[in-house]
Design a protein around this ligand. Structure first.
Ligand code: ASP
Length: 287
């Protein structure tokens, strides 16, 4: 399958949540369409993945931004990453609170600081210093899946623009019942996401601790650089996740030629893609 953008709404359980899954799939389609519109106008892959992930962060049925899971203390602590495959430019935030669109704060870390990752209080101070829009996360209702799921519903996007540049963005509220201060794979380059024009753009979702141990996204990029197809590389990483660590998750990838890969070993992973010309497809990946 060829695509200019793929977005996902998280590899997870989704059992008994047909209506929420339907909403997640619709949000993925809207996000893919929004990203493709940017690319079709000559915009960058980086702008496309940021815009797509912002829409998913604004969708309350997904575990990112507004819909984030709460941690054991009842607080929302979010992680996000954005990476530009053309320059290896990278920005990420971890354990951020009171921000509706962490992916855009991650981009500001990339463009406005000499650093790549800001966490917690420092990230909040940076947000204040640049006048970044804040919102009160404490008032958000408990996520409907909070009690039922181990992981899932994180969001991510990979894109390839007309200049052939690749980019990735990832955003999450983490896993339910996580300890305060826990950071997952999502904001860590190579783990939750990676983009390099020399190989691919990849986004991961699922058991963050396991994805970190395998440096899953970089692993997929490296497989592709060695000649694997995007699809084969995603399937191999998911198989390794299960075989080596007994863990579950999913991956989406776009290679230099715009060939797509999608794989998961969870009961479901909603995703959508758009092709040049605006054609949008969507599916619920299943194991
Ligand atoms: N990977 C995310 C985390 O561990 C969770 C998810 O993808 O749903 O924070």
């Amino acid at each position: 399958m060829k695509a200019s953008i793929i977005v996902h709404g998280g590899a997870g359980g989704w059992a008994g949540q047909a209506e929420r899954l339907r909403r997640a799939l619709a949000a993925c389609e809207e996000a893919a369409r929004a990203g493709e519109t940017i690319i079709a106008r000559g915009g960058s892959a980086l702008d496309a993945v940021e815009a797509a992930v912002r829409l998913l962060e604004d969708e309350p049925s997904l575990n990112a931004g507004r819909g984030s899971f709460r941690n054991l203390a009842g607080d929302v602590e979010m992680d996000a990453l954005i990476m530009d495959g053309a320059t290896l430019g990278l920005g990420a935030v971890a354990v951020v609170r009171d921000v509706c669109n962490p992916v855009s704060l991650a981009r500001r870390v990339m463009t406005d600081t000499p650093h790549t990752l800001l966490a917690g209080e420092g990230a909040s101070r940076f947000a204040d210093a640049i006048g970044f829009p804040r919102c009160d996360t404490r008032g958000w209702p408990l996520h409907p899946a909070d009690a039922a799921q181990a992981a899932g519903d994180t969001v991510g996007a990979v894109a390839r623009d007309r200049a052939g540049n690749l980019a990735v963005a990832v955003s999450t509220g983490g896993i339910p019942r996580k300890m305060p201060g826990r950071i997952g794979d999502s904001p860590l380059a190579g783990c939750g996401g990676y983009a390099d024009n020399a190989s691919a753009a990849v986004a991961a979702t699922g058991d963050g601790e396991a994805l970190m141990k395998l440096v899953a996204s970089k692993r997929v990029c490296d497989d592709i650089a060695r000649g694997a197809s995007a699809q084969a590389a995603c399937e191999a990483a998911v198989a390794l996740l299960a075989r080596r660590l007994g863990a579950s998750g999913g991956l989406i990838a776009l290679d230099r030629a715009g060939e797509a890969g999608v794989a998961c070993n969870t009961p479901a992973m909603p995703y959508a893609w758009a092709e040049e010309g605006g054609v949008v497809g969507s599916a619920v990946g299943t194991r």
